[in-house]
Design a protein around this ligand. Structure first.
Ligand SMILES: Nc1ncnc2c1ncn2[C@@H]1O[C@H](COP(=O)(O)OP(=O)(O)OP(=O)(O)O)[C@@H](O)[C@H]1O
Ligand SMILES: [Mg+2]
Length: 407
């Protein structure tokens, strides 16, 4: 690779400032203001073309200048930088193998979620926004049936506030190493990698423990974090103090007491002391008919398949199924997420009944039939017979084949 003299000067000053061969995002931020005093350019170029090698989450290694690998070029163009790619690819592999939780890999990217243009605010959106905006440490537990917009609500609140959010998808395997951080062997060196909890604490961001009721007791390592206290990283002997703005939000399909009807396989009974550290629990319901219709229409507009009548019927159908579900009439229901799947299928096939049929096929035969039958009663333009017709056509085909058999 070749660097201009100014770049080498800046890099050497940065290296001296850090006092190590590696640097973190925070080091870079801290050095940025010093660069001017030291009359060197900002070492932003280190992140371009991967001049500095990423060796872990939020950690980079300076390029090796001791054995002449880095040439000093008189050209000041950053575009002239080049790094031999095979070495880089090997490093990527190591990272992927050790990274359980993925984050944006580039320092210039922020951790603010992207705004979704067709998002419709409803339910507890404003309460969650007020909490996130308050800057106070105030953990919130959001519970509700699957696919009713819990995760999306938290993401969109943060997108609107332009507040950073670290989302961790909890599984039964999630442990202290995944959450707080761990040592990883990178290029023969043992490197500490901060986990999402530490990153969120140090950046004054929100930590989202998504689907927290899938966790095992290993999640108890978060007790001090849930109290807003500093966290001692035992393996490193380092204390992390939460920056103002840091808070925790959790989502779950249950209230952490297990799933009585067995619908949510894998959910666990969370430790009472863990649950007690959430001052408030918010119960997220499915959107009302009017809100859900708005969600569906906006999505249809985005996908260029606006059909208001179909939207209205789908929402009525989902609402009826949910009511029957609450009354114990059926074991499954249609979530907002499933309606979204149906609209995508509709955008592809342009066929109302086919879209429904394909998206309810995940249910057992009886439930699928009940759901389709119900829809056909709400919509005169479709009939079950057309679907059955297709089926029967294929059955006829099968019969033909059978007729050809010699027995
Ligand atoms: N308010 C909304 N506006 C637009 N789309 C929405 C809204 N709420 C939910 N959706 C749609 O429903 C999908 C499911 O939402 P989300 O993933 O937030 O559900 P969830 O409650 O977190 O589900 P789970 O409990 O399974 O994690 C979203 O991907 C989105 O397409
Ligand atoms: Mg979710």
């Amino acid at each position: 690779m070749s660097l201009s003299e100014k770049q080498v000067e800046s890099m050497d000053a940065f290296r001296a400032f850090v006092g190590s061969e590696t640097f973190s995002r925070n080091d870079y931020e801290a050095f940025k203001s010093k660069a001017k005093d030291l009359s060197v350019i900002q070492p932003r170029f280190l992140f371009r073309n991967e001049v500095a090698s990423k060796i872990g989450r939020g950690t980079w290694m300076f390029p090796d200048t001791t054995n002449g690998v880095t040439e000093v070029s008189s050209e000041s163009s950053v575009a002239s930088l080049s790094v031999s790619s095979p070495v880089r690819e090997e490093k990527e592999e190591v990272l992927l193998a050790s990274n359980v939780i993925e984050f944006p890999k580039n320092i210039t990217e922020t951790y603010v979620p992207t705004k979704v243009s067709n998002y419709v605010k409803f339910g507890h959106y404003n309460d969650v926004k007020t909490i996130a905006k308050s800057g106070l440490f105030y953990p919130v537990f959001i519970t509700g049936l699957s696919g009713n917009g819990k995760t999306m609500m938290i993401e969109q609140v943060h997108a609107e506030l332009r507040k950073e959010l670290f989302r961790v998808n909890i599984t039964i395997e999630t442990d202290e190493d995944d959450l707080i951080g761990h040592y990883a062997l990178v290029d023969g060196r043992t490197v500490w990698q901060d986990g999402p909890v530490v990153l969120a604490m140090e950046r004054g961001a929100t930590l989202l423990l998504d689907e927290v009721d899938l966790a095992s007791n290993k999640i108890m390592c978060l007790q001090p974090v849930l109290e807003g206290n500093p966290l001692l990283i035992k393996k490193e002997g380092r204390i992390v103090r939460p920056k103002p703005g840091f808070t925790v939000m959790a989502t779950a399909n249950t209230k952490g007491k297990g799933s009585e009807d067995g619908r949510f396989i894998g959910t666990n009974i969370l430790n009472e002391a863990f649950l007690e550290r959430f001052p408030v629990t918010v119960e997220q319901e499915y959107p009302t008919i009017a809100v859900e219709k708005k969600i569906i229409i906006k999505l249809m507009e985005t996908l260029n398949v606006l059909d208001e009548e179909y939207a209205a019927k789908l929402v009525d159908w989902a609402d009826l199924i949910r009511k029957t579900f609450y009354d114990g009439g059926v074991d499954e229901l249609i979530a907002t997420r499933r309606l979204v799947h149906i609209i995508h299928a509709y955008a592809i096939f342009k066929d109302r009944m086919k879209a429904i049929s394909m998206c309810v096929a995940r249910f057992d035969d009886q439930t699928k039939e009940t759901f389709m039958d119900l829809y056909s009663k709400l919509d005169d333009t479709v009939s079950l017979s057309s679907e059955e017709g297709e089926d029967s056509k294929s059955t006829e085909g099968e019969e033909d084949t059978e007729d050809l058999r010699p027995y």
